[in-house]
Write a protein that binds this ligand. Structure first.
Ligand SMILES: Nc1nc2c(c(=O)[nH]1)N[C@H]1C(S)=C(S)[C@@H](COP(=O)(O)O)O[C@H]1N2
Ligand SMILES: [Mo]
Length: 317
């Protein structure tokens, strides 16, 4: 029997809302069944248990502009996309089971010497700062949040790439025991994303290790995740364990699932609709009104130059 299963990513946001209300209730019931551990997580993140907690808050860097009202912390940390846990938005409670220590990041490919580095060791080498960035999900919801972390460029320099690699590829942890979504073989796990090297070296490109002046919550991609704010949210791979430098352009998670809808470049453009819905407007989390979406999500003055010699590429989807 052939069952046509409708996947989460095939549901536009306006429809997904009712779906997530239903799924949210189901997830809650499941979490309650787990008893103590799941219910013991009272709030959003147990920041005081995190060995990096004393590093935050950090100095805010605001040269990339002001962006309007910051989204309520509660919303940004309880409405998430993290398909490794579930396809609905209510995974924050389930995500508390993700073990984030010890955490090792493996660096490979075109580098002086491949190596592994523990997360806290990495953090000690990086210049921490806070950046308030806009985030635009391809499903049309958006938010404005204060990330803490370091420029991607600092990480690339630590990795010492050699031979002029064209791309950097990043992958999320594989752990189907803790992340039940990874048991679904219809998805091309592990979640993989990549940037061209000049994108990775751009000032805006950030690795977030914190959020709202605290260590980043697990549901948002602890202990480290990518933030490239001029691109659709799915580029921002969470819980990174591997970084590879290569000349071969990676095929990212969503691109593998549906390359006609989710491309490699995925730059935000209100004039280029998704094949199944418009990208002209967005709905900020916590607001009922839609607002216009901006070219490169409002960062055109910083990043448009990256693409002047790439006009033949499908830059906006
Ligand atoms: N590993 C992994 N990374 C991921 C995702 C995911 O499902 N798995 N979802 C992406 C999508 S679609 C978005 S919009 C953002 C959401 O980040 P947030 O939950 O911190 O808001 O994470 C991105 N990174
Ligand atoms: Mo997204």
């Amino acid at each position: 029997m052939l069952i046509r299963r409708r996947k989460g990513w095939e549901i536009p946001e306006r429809e997904a809302t009712s779906e997530s209300v239903y799924l949210g209730r189901r997830t809650l019931v499941r979490a309650m069944g787990l008893g103590g551990i799941a219910l013991a997580a009272p709030g959003v993140a147990l920041a005081e248990d995190d060995p990096s907690a004393s590093k935050y808050p950090v100095r805010r860097e605001d040269r990339f502009g002001a962006h309007g009202a910051i989204t309520a912390e509660k919303l940004a940390t309880t409405y998430n996309n993290y398909y490794e846990f579930d396809t609905d938005k209510s995974i924050w409670r389930a995500a508390q089971k993700l073990p984030i220590r010890p955490w090792t990041v493996k660096v490979s490919g075109k580098v002086e010497k491949p190596f592994e580095i523990g997360f806290d060791d990495l953090l000690a080498h990086m210049p921490l700062e806070e950046r308030v960035y806009r985030h635009r999900c391809v499903e049309t919801w958006s938010m404005i949040v204060p990330w803490s972390g370091f420029p991607m460029k600092s990480l690339v320099e630590l990795c010492k790439p050699v031979g002029d690699p064209k791309y950097v590829v990043m992958q999320t942890l594989s752990n189907p025991k803790v992340m039940p979504g990874q048991k679904d073989i219809l998805y091309p796990w592990p979640y993989t994303e990549g940037l061209a090297m000049d994108e990775a070296m751009h000032d805006l490109t950030f690795i977030a290790t914190g959020l709202y002046g605290k260590p980043i919550p697990k549901q948002n991609g602890a202990p480290l995740r990518l933030v490239a704010p001029w691109k659709y949210g799915f580029k921002n791979v969470k819980s990174i364990v591997a970084i590879e430098f290569t000349d071969k352009r990676p095929v990212s998670f969503w691109e593998k699932l549906q390359d006609s809808e989710y491309g490699f470049w995925a730059n935000v453009n209100p004039q280029v609709p998704h094949p199944r819905w418009s990208q002209a407007t967005e709905k900020p989390l916590g607001s009922d009104a839609r607002i216009p979406t901006q070219l490169y999500n409002g960062y055109a003055e910083f990043v448009a130059g990256l693409y002047t010699n790439r006009k033949a590429e499908k830059l906006f989807m």
